[in-house]
Design a protein around this ligand. Structure first.
Ligand code: HPA
Ligand code: ZN
Length: 310
């Protein structure tokens, strides 16, 4: 069961590969503003989180039916299995779909159908995390959470993602309190582009059990001490950090410093179709560029299991 890696920080919409974008556009007769695959691929150059999010949300236009979401998730599970992933706790962004008129039940039906067969079909034990899109209105977060409950969506946790700076965790205290009352696990993106203060808020106001990214925590020694003391897992995404220019190069990535500080870090892919690869690719990159050893790799692997919501 704990062989392989637990992938804990992957956005299912971020696994939408360019080829599938074009195939779904054709199937759903969606007009895309790209001439062809090469033209689409030429857009995958980012200057910050927002420049990525613009393309990420635009490309979701092709996802319309339960079948599309099921096909997306199955393609991901197949690729994840090849990466050595045996558990995948993946995010989805309900508001990214409801806000453009796709009924939430289509999203949930497609994803949960793929999840139900993932172990049998791919050897991947899969689970869903609904993520609040933090740059959308707070009342909408409450509405969509209520709808997830009414649908009986098989989610294990509530997360928080999208444009971080200017959208602090404190805004969402009440919706996360509801999630905790429902017995859901809590995780939140914090300290990716945003300050250490947002990590404190995620812990103290949202009740986050793990922190997604969290790399800016290193700027605050008191916060590092807290994260170490409480063994709060940080789900770190090296390729993402480089492609979104949170760190300059893979060779400069603070992963080893984080391990040396005693933080519980594990390595994940975030949006693998956008950032250059899946969890195996991230690990290979770290080996090449950071000299990640076999022993360190095994620590990351074990940390991924300790951090899983099992
Ligand atoms: N950060 C914040 N929100 C996101 C990301 C990310 O890296 N990917 C998809 N939504
Ligand atoms: Zn993420």
């Amino acid at each position: 069961m704990t062989d392989g890696f637990a992938e804990l920080h992957v956005h299912i919409e971020g696994t939408l590969e360019p080829e599938l974008i074009l195939a779904l556009a054709e199937r759903n007769r969606v007009e895309l503003p790209y001439r062809d695959l090469d033209d689409l691929r030429s857009r995958y150059e980012f200057t910050d989180l927002q420049s990525f999010l613009d393309l990420y949300y635009a490309n979701m236009e092709v996802l319309r039916t339960a079948q599309d979401f099921a096909d997306l998730a199955r393609a991901y599970f197949a690729r994840a299995a090849r990466a050595g992933v045996t558990r995948a706790e993946f995010f989805f962004d309900p508001q990214a779909h409801t806000s453009r008129g796709v009924p939430l039940h289509e999203v949930v039906a497609g994803l949960s159908d793929a999840v139900a067969g993932a172990h049998r079909e791919f050897g991947v034990d899969a689970a869903m995390i609904a993520s609040i899109v933090r740059d959308r209105p707070v009342p909408e977060a409450h509405e969509v959470f209520g709808e997830l409950l009414r649908l009986g969506a098989p989610i294990i946790a509530l997360g928080l993602d999208s444009a971080e700076v200017g959208h602090p965790p404190s805004l969402f205290e009440d919706v996360f309190a509801r999630a905790r009352a429902e017995g859901l696990h809590i995780t939140a993106h914090a300290g990716e582009e945003g300050p250490p203060e947002y990590v404190w808020q995620a812990l103290d106001l949202l009740g986050a059990e793990r922190i997604d990214h969290g790399i800016r925590s290193l700027e605050d020694p008191e916060l590092v001490a807290r994260l170490v003391d409480e063994s709060i897992p940080l789900t770190v995404c090296p390729f993402s950090n480089v492609r979104l220019r949170v760190v300059d190069t893979l060779a400069d990535h603070p992963l080893r410093r984080m391990l040396e500080a005693g933080l519980s870090v594990s390595v994940h892919s975030d949006d693998p179709a956008y950032f250059g690869g899946y969890v195996d690719d991230n690990l290979a990159g770290l080996k090449d560029r950071l000299g990640l050893t076999e022993a360190e790799r095994d620590v990351l692997r074990r940390n991924s299991w300790d951090a899983a919501f099992l």
